[in-house]
Design a protein around this ligand. Structure first.
Ligand SMILES: CC(C)(COP(=O)(O)OP(=O)(O)OC[C@H]1O[C@@H](n2cnc3c(N)ncnc32)[C@H](O)[C@@H]1OP(=O)(O)O)[C@@H](O)C(=O)NCCC(=O)NCCS
Length: 200
């Protein structure tokens, strides 16, 4: 469990699945998150997916909770991979629509970077997002990711073909900006967080 500012990231539990099923079938959430708005997924498929993923030690799935109310408001994931000695994390997240544009996405992204670099010692993180998902691109770039590539016209959504953008960040880049980023977006509680995750 990681507490950071107003949010907590903890592992998926079985009793999260009903909510996750609702989110996975939410037209707008999937339009942005996956570029698959017609994501009509029966509850049983979500359960099967959960059962498969929890056996895979390279998948770190989290539910995002609001610390104040303990309400589950979204999910986040780090998918681990290794190429030779280089360890990567592919990150993804979605947040319930009613909480968009309140600064939570940036804090969740920082949480995923903390887990990736400060806790897991990965070498790099990456994320992919569809061309029209400007909000997600803004969040990634604000958190230090750079746009590094494009798969041109590789998605078809609502009658049109779209590019898929790729972003990444290296461990050394994150560590250089880490404390400034945490102070910028955690505000008053940044020092408490930094103290909590530092051994003196
Ligand atoms: C992407 C997502 C996780 C971001 O979370 P969030 O809580 O809305 O993000 P924040 O409030 O921290 O930041 C949003 C930023 O985007 C900006 N933004 C919003 N709409 C925008 C637009 N159309 N164009 C450019 N920037 C935009 C906001 O102004 C804000 O930036 P600022 O704080 O620097 O002004 C969330 O919106 C979400 O779950 N979207 C659907 C799923 C998804 O896209 N997942 C990511 C796939 S990679």
């Amino acid at each position: 469990m990681l507490e950071i500012g107003p949010v907590i990231l903890r592992s998926w539990e079985k009793n999260d699945l009903e909510k996750i099923h609702r989110w996975e079938n939410d037209f707008q959430l999937m339009l942005y998150s996956r570029g698959i708005p017609h994501n009509m997924k029966p509850y049983e498929n979500v359960v099967d997916y959960f059962d498969e993923e929890r056996k895979n030690e390279n998948r770190l799935h989290y539910v995002i909770l609001l610390k104040e109310s303990n309400e589950a408001i979204g999910t986040a994931v780090i998918r681990l991979s290794q190429w030779g000695i280089v360890r990567s994390g592919n990150i993804g997240t979605y947040i319930d629509k009613k909480y968009w544009n309140k600064g939570i996405g940036k804090i969740v992204t920082i949480a995923l970077l903390e887990l990736s670099f400060h806790f897991l010692n990965l070498d790099r993180c990456e994320a992919g997002s569809i061309e029209y998902n400007k909000r997600a691109h803004r969040v990634l770039e604000e958190c230090g990711f750079k746009k590094v590539g494009v798969h041109r016209k590789s998605a078809f959504v609502l009658g049109k073909r779209w590019d898929w953008f790729f972003f990444d960040i290296l461990k050394e880049e994150y560590l250089q900006m880490r404390e400034d980023l945490i102070r910028k977006y955690l505000g008053d509680v940044a020092e408490d967080y930094l103290k909590k995750v530092t051994l003196s």
